[in-house]
Design a protein around this ligand. Structure first.
Ligand code: URA
Length: 235
């Protein structure tokens, strides 16, 4: 037996949190009955689980790393008809992005139909490190660098970069930052709080996954061995 929200995320319907929302909205039925309890237990091989009337099956799990280009939205579909990150990947599986990158942010984005995997990477408790390459509108001052590493108050929460490094010794507008934060627009908002504007942003890595030489707009499929690294203690 498996909890209903876990079953839905394992089947690639959505992350566990999003699955809870679907349950709460009364969109999930088990053997024809609407279930609104997250903890409801289902028998994976026998029960007939439907979301919006559509039967849910266990699917093959797939994982991709995309080098997201500018001008793409990190959703599965866009009401304004803009190009989404999912449009860039050829697969018959129903995949979704792990977390989000802004419209004009480039770099490493994971896409999968494995809700547990996505959940693990995004959960703040797991403190997964993200590394970003940042171009600022002006030189980053020494004092401000220290403040951002020690922590500032953002949305009433103490917030910091784990590290900030200048990309080269002569250019103080180009920095590499690492953080375990996944809040929306986190990098931009951190710099903005001290009067800087982020002109360009690229994610180099997310947990054990690195962009390496992957060209912008291209993607690679990951295998089981690479995926299992996510669950290692050291990231
Ligand atoms: N932080 C941001 O500000 N934007 C992103 O796209 C990712 C992290």
């Amino acid at each position: 037996m498996t909890r209903l929200n876990k079953f839905l995320s394992e089947c690639g319907v959505a992350s566990r949190r999003k699955s809870d929302e679907l349950i709460e909205q009364g969109r999930v039925t088990v053997n024809g009955k609407t279930i609104i309890e997250f903890g409801f237990q289902v028998n994976e091989s026998e029960d007939d689980v439907k979301v919006d009337g559509e039967r849910i099956h266990h699917r093959n799990k797939v994982y991709f790393i995309l080098n997201k280009p500018k001008g793409t939205v990190t959703t599965t579909d866009d009401e304004k008809g803009r190009r989404t990150v999912v449009d860039l990947i050829k697969t018959n599986e129903k995949i979704f992005p792990v977390g989000r990158l802004d419209y004009n942010t480039t770099g490493l984005l994971l896409l999968t139909n494995d809700g547990e995997f996505a959940n693990h990477l995004m959960h703040p408790r797991n403190k997964i490190t993200r590394e970003y390459q940042v171009k600022l509108d002006k030189d980053l001052g020494r004092e401000d660098k220290i403040k951002l590493e020690r922590g500032i108050i953002l949305e009433r929460r103490r917030s910091r970069f784990t590290s900030i490094q200048f990309t080269d010794t002569k250019n103080f507008r180009s920095v590499t930052v690492t953080t375990v934060e996944g809040r929306n627009h986190f990098v931009k908002r951190m710099f903005h709080a001290l009067g800087y504007f982020v002109k360009e942003l690229n994610r180099n890595s997310y947990g054990p996954f690195k962009l390496k030489e992957l060209p912008v707009g291209s993607y690679v499929k990951l295998d089981e061995k690479e995926i299992s690294k996510v669950y290692d203690k050291k990231k």
